[in-house]
Design a binder for this molecule. Structure first.
Ligand code: PGA
Length: 258
């Protein structure tokens, strides 16, 4: 669909997942600051493991980077041993949270209902969600890609576009995550356009025109530019390559708008 692309934010996120010990995490944060700390032209996010949020926030303070959490519990507080609430990560200085990442859905059993509750918790704290959706290989092969994405997107309908003002959507085909197999630029662009069309139809056309949609799944320094050339591809959510400063920098430079 013909929607303006040029003024949408470019957003690059580094999802560190369950990697690195403290020294290496702080070294990575310091190196990112040194290389990209005053970068303009794209919004930069990192999602360290929970124990490193506070020291990484300190390392990246007053730089181009925002720091987000990889998950939160849906409840605000209480007897939820091991839980981390949205207010906790907000009080640290985080600005965003990954919601609905496929590893949360498939490894930890987060259902659409749980994802909806977490989305509400994140928005309730004034944090912005990086809302992740994606189909499995079996679902793609069965021709169900868009049905699955539309089902996952439905949780957004509980919120007015104004409440979702800073939402970022991340399209991450499950078969491309951590596999080294990337969607082709054409495959990614096709799905991104469908997602934007869904947002236009179910939320608003104006909101659809400005919501950034990231692609994720084996993005690296070599394939980023081709993926980001798609008119509906506004950035990348990067796992493995986000642990490598050179690779991550290449991705960021490929994304930066002049
Ligand atoms: P990957 O992970 O880049 O290692 O495939 C992406 C993600 O899960 O966000």
């Amino acid at each position: 669909m013909a929607l303006p692309t040029s003024r949408r934010d470019r957003v690059i996120g580094g999802n560190w997942k369950m990697n690195l010990e403290l020294d290496a995490a702080l070294r990575l944060a310091g190196d990112l600051r040194g290389k990209l700390g005053s970068q303009r032209g794209a919004r930069l996010l990192v999602f360290p493991p929970f124990p490193y949020l506070f020291p990484v926030l300190a390392k990246l303070r007053d730089s181009a980077f925002e720091v987000g959490a990889q998950d939160v519990h849906a409840k605000a507080s209480g007897a939820f041993t091991s839980g981390v609430s949205a207010s906790m990560v907000r009080s640290l200085g985080c600005t965003s949270v990954l919601v609905g990442h496929s590893e949360r859905r498939s490894v930890f059993g987060d259902t659409d209902a749980i994802v909806a509750d977490k989305l509400r918790a994140v928005l309730g704290e004034g944090l912005f969600p990086v809302f992740c959706i994606g189909e499995t290989l079996a679902e793609r092969q069965a021709g169900r890609t868009f049905d699955v994405l539309a089902r996952q997107l439905t949780v957004l309908e509980a919120h007015a576009p104004a409440a979702l003002a800073r939402l970022v959507i991340a399209y991450e085909p499950v078969w491309a995550i951590g596999t080294g197999v990337t969607a082709t630029p054409a495959q990614a662009q096709e799905v991104h356009a469908q997602i934007r069309g869904w947002v236009a139809g179910h939320l608003s056309a104006e909101f659809a025109a400005r919501v950034p949609i990231q692609y994720g799944g084996s993005v690296n320094g070599d394939n980023a530019a081709a993926l980001l050339a798609g008119p509906d591809i506004d950035g990348a959510l990067v796992g493995g390559a986000s642990l490598d400063v050179m690779a991550f920098s290449k991705i960021v430079l490929a994304a930066a708008r002049p």
